[in-house]
Design a protein around this ligand. Structure first.
Ligand code: SF4
Length: 649
C-alpha cells in the first residue's frame, strides 16, 4: 500500500494533482491515525481544527484501505461536495479504482407510482395553475432523467408543494408490490449503493434507512468495513430524532387523502369507508386546533393542562381505530388499500403507546412531548439517552468507526461526547488548527453589559456592537441564539443606522434561501448579516467580506425544552451535575461552531465579539474561552479599533 507520507508530502501525490493543496503536519498525523483505526477495526473520535484538511485526511486512508466505506455528512450540500469534488480529486490523485455512489433520502427521488397517481387524479388537491405546470415539468423530467433526483430539475422550486405528491414516504411506498418497481429511481439508487465501494450518505439517511434498516438497505451496513461520520458533533441530535418515535397530524391527513383516492379507485361501494375517512379527517384537524400557538414544544404534563387536548386525542384514537378496522376488510381489493390499512395500523399502535401512562409504559426512559407547527401537531417520544441504543449498533459486527468534526471536545476533553454517544471504548485525538490565531484574530468581550436575562439586554448588545461595526466597516455576521433575539437585533440596529446615517446593507435570515443570502453577502462586501441557527454552521466566507462575528450570548439551549429538561432531571436524579456534564459542553460546542465562521484560511483576520458577561464573571466562563482557538483577548473597544486600523491600514 502507498505510504501516507508520499500522499500528503509537500511534493506528494495530492500536491501534484490538486491545485492549491498545502501540506500540513496535522493532516498527515490524522490520516495515519485513521489508517490505523481502519486496520484494527477500531473506534476513533477525532477533532480537527479549521484548516487541518480533515476531509482529505480521512478520504486518502479510506480509499487506500479498500473494502466498503460509508461516509455520512451533516448536510446534502456537503454530500454533493464530497461526491462531485473531493472524492474524485483524491481518487484521481491516488489512482485507485474505487466505485462511488451518492445516496439520498427517498424524498429526493421522483416516485413513478405516485407521479402516475397524481397525473390520473381528477380530484387533484393541487388545483392551482402553477402546480399543474410543475406537475407537467416533473412528468417530462421523469421520462428523460437517469436518476430521478429532484435536484436536477431546477425549474420546479425545491419547496414546491407538488413534490409531496410525486415522491414517496416509507409508509406509502409499495416496495416489491409496486407496479413501477422495476424502473423505480429510488430502488436503482439503492442497488447502486449496495454495489459500490464508497457510499456517500447524510446523517438523516444513515439513521433512518441504514442503521434502522429500511427494507431496501438491509445489506448496506453489514457489508461495510468502515463508517466515517463527518460533522459528527451533529450525531447526538440526529440519533435522538431517529431512535425516538413520532407521529403527526400531517401523516394522518396524508393517510386520509391516500385512503380517499384508493377508495374511489377500488372500493366505491364501501360507504362506511368514506364516512370513516371523513370522521378521521375531522378528528385530526380538531386535535391540531386544541392549541392556539405555533412553533412551540410542550412536555406531556404541560399539554395535559390544556383541557381540550386529551378528549380530542381520545376522539382521534377512536376514529383511527374505526378506519383501521374498515380498511382491514377492504385491504384485499388493491395494493393501495392494503398499504393504507398497514399505515393506519402502525399509526394507531404508536399513538396508543404514546397515550399510556408512565406506570403502564415499558418505555420509561423516553420523554413524551408535543410539538406544534402552523398546521401540524406532532406527538413525540424521545429517548433520554441514546448511548445504549447506539453502542448496541456499534457492537453488531467488527468494523472501523470514525467520528470527526472541528468541534467535539471541551478543552480537548471528549468525555461528554463519548458518554452521550456510548463510545466508552473509543480512542480520542485532537489536532489544533494550523492557523496563527493569536495574530489573525481577537476575542472581544465588552465590559459593562448586563446579564442576558436583563430586560434591556438586546438594546445594550446593539449599543455595544455599533462602534465595532463602524470599525469593521460592516462585513459582519451577527449571530443570535434565538429567532426572537434576531428580530430584535435587526429592528434596533436598523433604527440606530437610520439615526446615525449609517449605510451598511443589513440582511436578515429568512429574506431568501441561505445560499442566496450568502451570495448577496459576498457581493455587497460591506454587509451585516443577522442570522440565527441557520448561519452558525457549515458557512464558509473567506477573506475581507467577513471580518467580524458578533454572538449575542452564550448558546445555552432553553432549559424549558421538554427533551432537555427531562435529560437534565435524569442526570441530576442519578447524582450527576447536568449543568457541567451536559448543558455546558453543548453550549461550548455550539459556540465553537459559531466562532468557527470567522477565520477560514491563513490569510483571514478578524474579531470575534461575544456579548455575554458570564464569559468573564462566571467560574465556568474560563472553561468556555479556553475551548476556543487561542486568540488574543480584550475587553477594550480601543484594542478592537486598533486591530481593524492595522488590518485595513
Ligand atoms: S417502489 Fe416505492 S418509490 Fe418506487 S415507484 Fe413504487 S411506490 Fe414509488
Amino acid at each position: 500500500m502507498l505510504e501516507l507520507k508520499s500522499v500528503f508530502a509537500a511534493d506528494g501525490l495530492l500536491s501534484r494533482h490538486i491545485p492549491g493543496y498545502r501540506a500540513r503536519d496535522q493532516q498527515l498525523e490524522m490520516a495515519q491515525a485513521i489508517a490505523d483505526t481502519i486496520e484494527r477495526n477500531g473506534l476513533l473520535v477525532a477533532e480537527a481544527g479549521t484548516g487541518t484538511g480533515k476531509t482529505f485526511a480521512y478520504l486518502a486512508p479510506a480509499l487506500l484501505a479498500g473494502g466498503k466505506v460509508i461516509i455520512s455528512t451533516g448536510t446534502k450540500t456537503l454530500q454533493d461536495q464530497l461526491f462531485n469534488r473531493d472524492i474524485p480529486s483524491v481518487r484521481n490523485a491516488l489512482n485507485v479504482p474505487v466505485t462511488v455512489a451518492l445516496l439520498k433520502g427517498r424524498v429526493n427521488y421522483i416516485c413513478h407510482y405516485h407521479l402516475e397517481k397524481s397525473l390520473q387524479d381528477n380530484h387533484m388537491h393541487f388545483v392551482n395553475r402553477e402546480e399543474i405546470k410543475y406537475l407537467q415539468l416533473i412528468e417530462r423530467y421523469a421520462l428523460r432523467s437517469k436518476d430521478g433526483d429532484k435536484s436536477g430539475l431546477s425549474t420546479v422550486p425545491e419547496n414546491a408543494a407538488i413534490w409531496h405528491h410525486v415522491t414517496s414516504t416509507r409508509e406509502n411506498c409499495l416496495g416489491s408490490e409496486c407496479p413501477s418497481y422495476k424502473k423505480c429511481f429510488l430502488m436503482e439508487a439503492r442497488k447502486n449503493a449496495l454495489a459500490s465501494d464508497v457510499v456517500v450518505v447524510n446523517h438523516h439517511l444513515f439513521f433512518a434507512d441504514v442503521m434502522l434498516r429500511d427494507e431496501g438497505l438491509t445489506e448496506l451496513l453489514p457489508a461495510c468495513n468502515t463508517v466515517i461520520f463527518d460533522e459528527a458533533h451533529q450525531l447526538p441530535q440526529t440519533a435522538s430524532l431517529f431512535f425516538g418515535e413520532s407521529v403527526s397530524t400531517g401523516q394522518l391527513l396524508d393517510l386520509t387523502q391516500d385512503s380517499q383516492v384508493e377508495a374511489l379507485n377500488s372500493a366505491r361501494d364501501c360507504v362506511a369507508l368514506t364516512d370513516a375517512i371523513a370522521s378521521l379527517e375531522k378528528a385530526t384537524k380538531d386535535l391540531r386546533l386544541t392549541v392556539d400557538d405555533e412553533n412551540v414544544r410542550y412536555a406531556l404534563p404541560v399539554i395535559e393542562k390544556n383541557k381540550a387536548f386529551r378528549p380530542a386525542l381520545n376522539q382521534l384514537v377512536e376514529k383511527l381505530s374505526e378506519l383501521e378496522s374498515i380498511l382491514e376488510t377492504q385491504a384485499e381489493r388493491s395494493e393501495g388499500l392494503e398499504n393504507c390499512w398497514r399505515r393506519a395500523n402502525s399509526h394507531l399502535l404508536l399513538i396508543k403507546r404514546w397515550c399510556l401512562t408512565d406506570q403502564e409504559s415499558e418505555n420509561i426512559d423516553y420523554v413524551r412531548w408535543v410539538e406544534v407547527y402552523s398546521r401540524v401537531l406532532q406527538l413525540n417520544a424521545t429517548p433520554l439517552s441514546i448511548a445504549e441504543i447506539f453502542s448496541r449498533q456499534l457492537d453488531a459486527s467488527p468494523r472501523a468507526w470514525i467520528f470527526t468534526s472541528a468541534t467535539l471536545s471541551v478543552k480537548q476533553n471528549f468525555d461528554h461526547y463519548l458518554h452521550e454517544m456510548g463510545l466508552g471504548a473509543a480512542q480520542s485525538l485532537c489536532w489544533d488548527s494550523p492557523f496563527n490565531y493569536s495574530e489573525q484574530a481577537l476575542l472581544y468581550v465588552p465590559a459593562g453589559l448586563p446579564e442576558p436575562h436583563h430586560r434591556d439586554y438586546i438594546e445594550q448588545v446593539v449599543k455595544a456592537a455599533l462602534p465595532v461595526l463602524k470599525a469593521s466597516r460592516g462585513r459582519a455576521f451577527f449571530l443570535c441564539t434565538s429567532l426572537r433575539a434576531m428580530q430584535q437585533v435587526h429592528d434596533q440596529l436598523t433604527a440606530a443606522f437610520v439615526a446615525e446615517n449609517i449605510t451598511f446593507p443589513v440582511l436578515l435570515q429568512g429574506e431568501g434561501s441561505r445560499s442566496h443570502m450568502l451570495k448577496r453577502f459576498r457581493e455587497l462586501e460591506n454587509a451585516i448579516l443577522i442570522g440565527s441557527h441557520s448561519f452558525w454552521e457549515g458557512i464558509d466566507v473567506r477573506g475581507e467580506a467577513l471580518s467580524l462575528v458578533i454572538i449575542d450570548k452564550l448558546p445555552f439551549a432553553p432549559p424549558d425544552d421538554p427533551v432537555l429538561s427531562a435529560r437534565i432531571e435524569k442526570i441530576n436524579r442519578e447524582g450527576g451535575n447536568a449543568f457541567m456534564e451536559y448543558q455546558l459542553p453543548h453550549a461550548v460546542i455550539s459556540l465553537k461552531q459559531g466562532a468557527g465562521r470567522l477565520i477560514r484560511d491563513e490569510n483571514d483576520r478578524g474579531v470575534l465579539m461575544i456579548c455575554d458577561p458570564r464569559l468573564t464573571t462566571k467560574s465556568y466562563g474560563r472553561k468556555i474561552w479556553q475551548s476556543l482557538p487561542p486568540m488574543k483577548r480584550t475587553q477594550q473597544l480601543a484594542d478592537v479599533e486598533a486591530f481593524f486600523l492595522r488590518k485595513i491600514g
